[in-house]
Ligand binder design. Structure first.
Ligand SMILES: C[S@@+](CC[C@H](N)C(=O)[O-])C[C@H]1O[C@@H](n2cnc3c(N)ncnc32)[C@H](O)[C@@H]1O
Length: 184
């Protein structure tokens, strides 16, 4: 999974969209082999980087990648599904996922879990890129509409989308913001 060029590019461009700072607090749901986490950890030096995945194999792959890049101490890896987030405080300014949403039968539950751990004003980023042999841009458009509707239903605001990779199987990132009652 980590070896594919399209995967690397999708991870790289999604992380670039987050505008991370050294003190950012960022959570990736479904971190897989840790491509995005290693990029996050290269920027976030005093904040917090957490990767969650329900596959032990993926957590191990992510751990060795981070180890080989010398940033394993900057990342918390957690084996578990979104249920593992229940009861966590609102503490992240970015929560993101890449090619994970298509596997969620309860998409509202997925976005609610992200909403609940974000601080007010925090951003939820969801990237989707169909597989090469799928029906490409049409599949992407359908999924993006589903994501936008689910984000809206959960209460995210300022929803926007960016095509981060163009072509026949585009990668699109949808961003939603948690309302900050202290800002007009
Ligand atoms: C297609 S892979 C994408 C991996 C990585 N985000 C990337 O783009 O390189 C999907 C990953 O999400 C994980 N996953 C799917 N649903 C999940 C859930 N509900 N909670 C935690 N991990 C999940 C899978 O185990 C897998 O590692």
């Amino acid at each position: 999974m980590a070896a594919r060029k399209s995967n690397r590019l999708r991870n790289e461009k999604t992380v670039a969209l987050m505008d991370l700072q050294p003190d950012s607090r960022v959570l990736e749901i479904g971190c897989g082999p840790g491509l995005a986490l290693s990029r996050c950890a290269s920027v976030v030096t005093s904040g917090r980087v957490v990767g969650l995945d329900h596959s032990g194999v993926m957590i191990r792959q992510a751990s060795s990648r981070l180890q080989s890049q010398g940033v394993v101490n900057r990342v918390e890896l957690i084996k578990g599904g979104i249920d593992a987030l229940a009861g966590w405080p609102q503490s992240f300014d970015r929560v993101f996922s890449l090619n994970v949403i298509q596997f969620q039968s309860d998409k509202l539950g997925f976005f609610r879990a992200a909403f609940d751990v974000l601080i007010p004003g925090g951003l939820c980023l969801t990237t989707y890129q169909p597989r090469l042999n799928a029906d490409g841009s049409e599949a992407a458009r359908r999924m993006i509409t589903t994501i936008e509707e689910a984000l809206h239903a959960v209460g995210f605001e300022n929803i926007s989308k960016t095509e981060i990779i163009g072509g026949a199987t585009p990668a699109i990132c949808v961003v939603g913001q948690k309302n900050d009652p202290h800002r007009s």
